[in-house]
Design a protein around this ligand. Structure first.
Ligand code: NAP
Length: 306
């Protein structure tokens, strides 16, 4: 029933993202109930066929699946009841009541946050009787409802399986594992990838600009390099998982010499050399620890430190 093509669904939080989520459910034919702190934001969705829940309690009881998408976890707790963690009995100053009203729905919290917050929220939801998945949206509102929208979920596999076809209305949905923190971790890992690629591209763009090459001319070359490097990941991942880094292509020392060229070139051209220096500093530490003859992914040891 829950996983039928037209299972009912509720969306709580109708900001830019919540409205896109509710709109995608409606478009896919799901009877959709909506609720927002500022009720006016439900108007367009109601005009498109959504039902506006008169109260939050009504919204929470309306569907077997309830999506929550608010600003942050503090907003989720403020809205859904009391604080996220049980008060410490040894600190009697904390008199915040724990709301124990049962929540009889599957809650999927697509609010962005950290892994620890997701795990805490999973415990909180369990205490309230709800089935809980945490999620992360790797898309912008206009992409929701298309295959380009990647939406990550973590928590009990069976809960995900029960609602996977309904969630499919939102985009490409994935279940990452039972640990509720995984969706948030993949989210930030993806952002680390995104910013690193973009920063590396900007470094090269700034350098080439000094020689009169515009960004559009450099972009196809940069894209080719990024795609080539991406192809190395499976082999490098194998080295990391084995903990063995034979220099099959190049030794870290060879990379370090090229890093020095990048620093010198950046300084000579009068562009920012902070990023190349940071990269070189990490390689230097690994070389000082005796890893100069090994391959680049041995740097995982530097990344794995606090
Ligand atoms: P938004 O447009 O600012 O909307 C925030 C929503 O949270 C509104 O519905 C707001 O209600 C509600 N809210 C905030 N505090 C509340 C409280 N104390 N009680 C009840 N409701 C409260 O933000 P958004 O763009 O929709 O983002 C929502 C979540 O999606 C965030 O965690 C964001 O990181 C994530 N996300 C967004 C994007 C994006 O491109 N927009 C992409 C990926 C992930 P009111 O309408 O009453 O203010």
């Amino acid at each position: 029933m829950n996983n039928t093509p037209h299972a009912p669904v509720t969306v709580i939080g109708l900001g830019l993202m919540g409205q896109a989520l509710a709109g995608a459910f409606l478009k896919a034919g799901h009877p959709t109930t909506v609720w927002n702190r500022t009720p006016a934001k439900a108007a367009a969705l109601v005009a498109a066929g959504a039902r506006s829940a008169p109260t939050l309690g009504d919204a929470l009881g309306a569907s077997p699946l309830t999506i929550v998408c608010l600003t942050d976890y503090d907003a989720v707790y403020e809205l859904l009841g009391a604080n996220g963690v049980e008060p410490d009995p040894t600190t009697p100053i904390d008199t915040t009541p724990i709301d124990t009203t049962p929540i009889d729905t599957t809650l999927i919290n697509l609010t962005s946050g950290r892994a620890g917050q997701a795990r805490e929220a999973a415990e909180w939801a369990e205490r309230r009787g709800a089935r809980y998945l945490d999620g992360a949206i790797m898309a912008i509102p206009s992409g929701i409802g298309t295959a380009e929208a990647v939406i990550l979920h973590s928590g009990p596999e069976q809960v995900f399986a029960e609602h996977a076809s309904t969630l499919g209305a939102l985009g490409t949905v994935t279940h990452l594992g039972a640990d509720p923190g995984l969706a948030s971790l993949y989210d930030v890992a993806g952002l680390a990838m995104m910013w690193s690629v973009l920063n590396a591209w900007l470094q090269g763009t700034a350098l080439l600009a000094k020689a009169g090459v515009d960004a559009a001319t450099y972009a196809p070359f940069a894209r080719q390099i990024a795609a080539g490097v991406a192809d190395w990941l499976p082999g490098y991942a194998e080295q990391i998982d084995k903990g063995s880094f034979p220099a099959e292509v190049a030794a870290l020392e060879t990379d370090a010499r090229a890093m020095e060229h990048l620093i010198e070139e950046s300084e000579a051209m009068g562009v920012n050399a902070e990023l190349p220096r940071l990269i070189k500093a990490m390689a230097d530490r690994a070389i000082a620890a005796g890893h100069g003859g090994e391959q680049y992914p041995v740097l995982i040891e530097e990344f794995g430190k606090p």
